[in-house]
Each structure stands twice: as structure tokens, then as C-alpha cells.
Design a protein around this ligand. Structure first.
Ligand SMILES: O=C([O-])C(=O)C[C@H](O)[C@@H](O)C(=O)[O-]
Ligand SMILES: [Mg+2]
Length: 447
């Protein structure tokens, strides 16, 4: 294709940043989190970027995909991404052979790798066409800002560990201080919410549950609702509640929360999709999930069972274009569009902004973002902003961001200095509870 820019180089840069001691069913967030940047350059001299969660297997996959990307025509983006998917399908068929040269293809890591490449290609294509990425997704740009929620966590006392958790800066913005301090009960989570609302204008909050007994987490939701009577507040226990518990506590919250996220999961021979369907029938509470509808086949089963209302299609799990297709299905089929998040840098924030900006219809629940915990650690020259409870679409073509290479190289150095590069929330947790290990059916503190 003679008039298409050609992808010249693909650089894969693992990066690290700092995090607070945030609790979830998996344990405590490490003092560091890691991500991957995929940085593409093209023959027109432009740079495109995408971000994904970091894992050694994802890095291995990206190294394997590099020859398929370098030398490809930018305008053949569809074919290039389809080739990556085809390599996945081929592997599925040959996985049973003894061909030890094909590394095991983990579907989640495959999507993470493909998502980062696709985002970087879209960034380049948008720059080439002088259009924002939101205009390249099938519905085109629908809005300039996307509602986002204040993602609240219980925070453990970092002083109980010998890990490198950062301290906040006293005397400045309350959020930048409190996000590093212990917050283990309803009152302190309400204070966190107040500080987040002051800084970002949130009207929606989600409490990360799966930490205390369900009763304590419901108490925290109630405290948030009392303090913010106009706000939409929910809790995500990551399926740690039994179906009976979910129904019991769900009935206490019914009518006051917009939805519950993964209140229960697989148990006693029933799948998570089945227990969520029963939960919905028993309580009438809409269900959001990022646990049981993360690919087309899972989504199909979840919808056939009428188990969910809000598939939280994370562009890092689906790719941006597939997540947008999920948003289209939500629009056409009477579901609600939402988006899951993990810790991330501001490249991911821009990806989420463009996805939300292109989601059709007005049944959109406030998108998740962990960015408020990372705010101040941007890798771009101007990070997208959250104001008045909305994530603003960055201006300019492509993703509308420009990497700050000095910051990227520093984050890359930090990554290389880390002893543990893959996510492992058990490490911090073992400072709180000796020999703590993960149990998918028990909140983290109940051992
Ligand atoms: O909505 C969710 O389930 C998440 O955000 C999963 C994450 O792993 C969350 O639990 C976290 O980052 O601690
Ligand atoms: Mg969740």
C-alpha cells in the first residue's frame, strides 16, 4: 500500500510506579505496580503508544509479535490485528501437540499484549488522519468527557511493613496525603471519599470490597450514602460473598445502590454466571462484572443466563475496538456500558477516555479508573484530567497524548530495579497476617 505509513520500530518498555497499600481479595497492593508501554514509530516520523498490565508472559508475547508489527502498513491495521488473533487461534489448535517451540498462550495475557499494540496503532492512525481515536471507533465521538467514579479502597497501615510504600505530603491537597494513610473503617473511607470528591468532583463511588466481613463493607457503603446522599455508591467484593450472603446483604442495599459488582461467584458446583443470575432474580439489583464475562464466549453465556446488566469491558482485556463493540451491544440490547480498571499510567487513562467518548447511547455507568491513586506519576507531557467527576477527552489527533521520555526512562529504570516484577498482592498481606494465602471465597482479612 504505497501511500500508507509503515511501522518502523516497536519498542516494548516495562515501567513501574508507586502505589498505596490498597486491600482487595488478592491481598495488599505492592508498593510498586508495573505496566507495559508499546511504543511504535512510523515512516512519517510519528510515535504511537499503548499501555497494558505487565507480566513476564505478556512481555514474551510482545517480543514474539514484534516481527508481525514492524514493516506492516499502518492503513492495514485491521489485517495486522487480525493476524495477531489468528496466531492465537492457530495456537489453540496445536496446543495439544508436543511442539515445545510454541510458548503457552494465556488468553488474558494475549489480550493484554494485543490491546497495547492495537492502541498504539490506533494512536498512529488517528495522527495520520488528523482525527481523535474516538472518531475511529465505530460509533465515532459521542461526547467530550466521560463520567468516572471515585474508586475507594480500605488502606492497610504501611508502617507495619518493611516495604517502600511512599508517604503523602502534609499541608497540601488532602487527597494526596490521605491516599497513603491507613483507612480501615467506614469513617476513614468517608474521609478519603471527601478528599477525592474535593479534588475530582466525583458523584459516583465504588468501594473495593472482599476485605472485611460483608457486614462491615455494607456499613461503609451506608456511611458513604449518608455523607453523600445524592451520590451513586456501590461495592465490589470480587465474588467473595456466598450467594446467600450476597442476597442477604443485597436486600439491605436494594433501592439505594445503582448496582452491585460481582457480589458472588462459583460455589457448590454452580458457576459464577449461574449464582449471579440467581442473585439478580432474588434481589432485583443490577449486576456489573469484570469476572465472568471477559470474552465473547463468556459474555454469551452470561447474557443467556440473564446474569448481568453491566459488562465492565476493559480495553486492556478486550482491546479498544472489541470493548467498543461490547458498548455497542449494550446500547442495542438494553444493557449498561461500563469499564473495569487496574492500576495504570496516563496512557491507559487516555485509552479509557477515547473508549468512553465513543460509547453509543446514554446508558453509561461511571467508568472505573485507579488513576487517582497514581495521579502525579504521569508518563505523558499532559495527562488527561478528571474534573467535576468527568474524565476529559484529551485534545489533538490520535490518543491526544505525548510521552515524556525522561519520565518513561525513569519508570523503566524503576521497573528494572524491582525484585518482584509481576503483581503479587500476597507479599504485603503477609505483614498483616502470617503466612497469608489467597482464598477466592474469603475476604482478605478473614483468616
Ligand atoms: O473491579 C475489579 O474487580 C478490580 O478492579 C480488580 C482489581 O484487581 C482490584 O481488585 C485491585 O486492583 O485491587
Ligand atoms: Mg470488579
Amino acid at each position: 500500500m504505497s501511500d500508507s505509513p509503515v511501522i518502523k520500530t516497536m519498542r516494548v518498555v516495562p515501567v513501574a510506579g508507586y502505589d498505596s497499600m490498597l486491600l482487595n481479595i488478592g491481598g495488599a497492593h505492592n508498593c510498586y505496580f508495573t505496566r507495559i508501554l508499546v511504543i511504535l514509530t512510523d515512516s512519517a516520523g510519528r510515535t504511537g503508544v499503548g499501555e497494558s498490565p505487565c507480566h513476564a508472559s505478556t512481555l514474551a508475547l510482545l517480543a514474539r509479535f514484534r516481527p508481525q508489527i514492524e514493516g506492516s502498513d499502518l492503513l492495514r491495521l485491521n489485517a495486522t490485528v487480525a493476524t495477531l488473533f489468528a496466531s492465537d487461534a492457530r495456537h489453540q489448535q496445536t496446543a495439544h501437540t508436543d511442539d515445545i517451540h510454541i510458548p503457552q498462550m494465556n488468553p488474558e495475557k494475549f489480550y493484554n499484549a494485543t490491546a497495547a499494540i492495537e492502541a498504539a496503532l490506533l494512536d498512529l492512525l488517528g495522527q495520520h488522519l488528523n482525527l481523535p481515536v474516538a472518531e475511529l471507533l465505530a460509533s465515532g465521538k459521542q461526547r467530550d468527557r466521560v463520567p468516572v467514579l471515585g474508586y475507594l479502597f480500605y488502606i492497610a497501615d504501611r508502617n507495619l511493613t518493611s516495604m517502600d510504600y511512599q508517604a503523602g505530603h502534609a499541608g497540601g491537597d488532602a487527597w494526596l496525603q490521605l491516599r497513603h494513610e491507613k483507612a480501615m473503617d467506614a469513617d476513614s473511607v468517608v474521609r478519603l471519599a471527601e478528599a477525592a470528591a474535593d479534588r475530582y468532583g466525583f458523584r459516583d463511588f465504588k468501594l473495593k470490597g472482599g476485605v472485611h466481613h460483608a457486614e462491615v463493607e455494607v456499613e461503609t457503603v451506608n456511611a458513604l450514602l449518608t455523607r453523600f446522599p445524592q451520590a451513586r455508591v456501590t461495592v465490589d467484593p470480587n465474588a467473595s460473598w456466598s450467594l446467600d450472603e450476597a442476597i442477604y446483604y443485597g436486600k439491605q442495599l436494594a433501592g439505594r445502590i445503582p448496582y452491585l459488582e460481582d457480589p458472588c461467584g462459583a460455589e457448590q458446583g454452580y458457576s459464577g454466571r449461574e449464582t449471579l443470575a440467581e442473585f439478580k432474580r432474588a434481589t432485583g439489583i443490577p449486576v456489573a462484572t469484570n469476572m465472568i464475562a471477559n470474552d465473547w464466549r463468556q459474555l454469551q453465556h452470561a447474557l443467556q443466563l440473564n446474569a448481568i446488566d453491566i459488562p465492565l469491558a476493559d480495553p486492556h482485556f478486550w482491546t479498544m475496538r472489541n470493548a467498543h463493540t461490547v458498548a455497542q451491544l449494550c446500547h442495542e440490547w438494553g444493557l449498561t456500558t461500563g469499564c473495569h480498571s487496574n492500576n495504570h499510567f496516563d496512557v491507559s487513562l487516555a485509552m479509557v477516555a477515547h473508549l468512553g467518548a465513543a460509547a453509543p447511547g446514554d446508558r453509561l455507568t461511571a467508568f472505573d479508573t485507579h488513576w487517582i491513586w497514581q495521579d502525579g506519576q504521569q508518563l505523558t507531557q499532559h495527562a488527561p484530567q478528571i474534573r467535576d467527576g468527568f474524565l476529559e477527552l484529551p485534545e489533538g489527533p490520535g490518543l491526544g497524548i505525548t510521552l515524556d521520555m525522561a519520565r518513561v526512562e525513569a519508570a523503566h529504570e524503576l521497573y528494572h530495579s524491582l525484585p518482584d516484577k509481576n503483581r503479587n498482592d500476597a507479599l504485603g498481606m503477609q505483614f498483616l497476617i502470617d503466612n497469608w494465602t489467597f482464598n477466592a471465597k474469603r475476604p482478605a482479612l478473614l483468616r
